[in-house]
Design a protein around this ligand. Sequence first.
Ligand code: MRU
Length: 354
Amino acid sequence: MNVKTLKWLGGIAGCLEIIDQRRLPAELKMLQCTNVKQLYDAIKTLAVRGAPAIGVAGAYGAVLSLKKPPAKASLKQALAILKRDCDYLASSRPTAVNLRWAIDRTVKRANAFVEKHPSCNLSQLRKIVLAEANAIFNEDVQMCLNIGKNGSNFVKNGFSILTHCNAGALATAGQGTALSLLYEAKKQGKRFKVFADESRPLLQGGRLTAWELKQSGIDTTVICDNMAASLMAQGQIDIIIVGADRIAANGDAANKIGTYSLSVLAKAHGIPFYIAAPSSTFDLKTKSGKDIPIEQRPADEVRLIGNKKITPDGIKIYNPAFDVTPAENITAIITEKGVLQKPNSRKIAGIFSF
Ligand code: MRU
């Protein structure tokens, strides 16, 4: 899968180039974010999206922040600007923990460097933060690959796989999480087909998953979200694979709205339901799904299709971006560290104790 969802251009004075996913599949256009405000807007409006991708983007946001202080600014001033900008960036999307995780990691690195080298200059600090963001990028690429390798065995020859939203290359720095399993299975010569839920209201499945699977020559059929049950009842779905935005300590997993209902349907039809996610998506400080903050999105995303209003004036709209699938509905969580069958607190704590 050769999609460059995001890429840092240049050195410490550079910028973050992203694929503007709002325009796909009509056009493949790049967007260059040169400052923190631009990046905040890009994340908020889903020009860049998907939990791991916004994490990586947030890390580069720290580099953009450090472009702000003038050369003569003190390190204390620079760190204060960095902290304020990073909190601002993290507030853009509250559910995907990868964003906060990556931002906190870069800020921590910056503070540790200044503590150890109190007489360093701003340019040295910028280099350190850029190196940390690059490390997060590279680790994400590797995590995606390992998730794919760890989970490809669940994709058998001749299978029909249902997926929801987009947990592919467009959602990460690498080849995706859920879709990484498919890319690895394809490399192994397996033949299979994919049903992609369109994923109302923003259509990440119909626009983005369909686009990237088509690029890689995988047999893909887009369905409206309300068609999944009927396919399952007809015996046309062998497994379901989705990504996650935050996995609580007990294995409850937040993902795109509509994922929970798929997990209930999977249980009712005896279909294995897999989540593929890197360790940066686990939040051991969040005890259960009840504690995961769910992002509420603007009403117009539901009210309008294109520019056309489809609901009566004055009608109320409910638009949560995510829902929570309880751990008991998840057959296994596939991570870069291994596979957690029937996930629970004990198994999750085990895989993260090193
Ligand atoms: O609102 P989005 O498009 O950012 O939602 C993305 C998802 O729900 C993905 O499934 C999730 O982030 C995992 S991406 C590897």
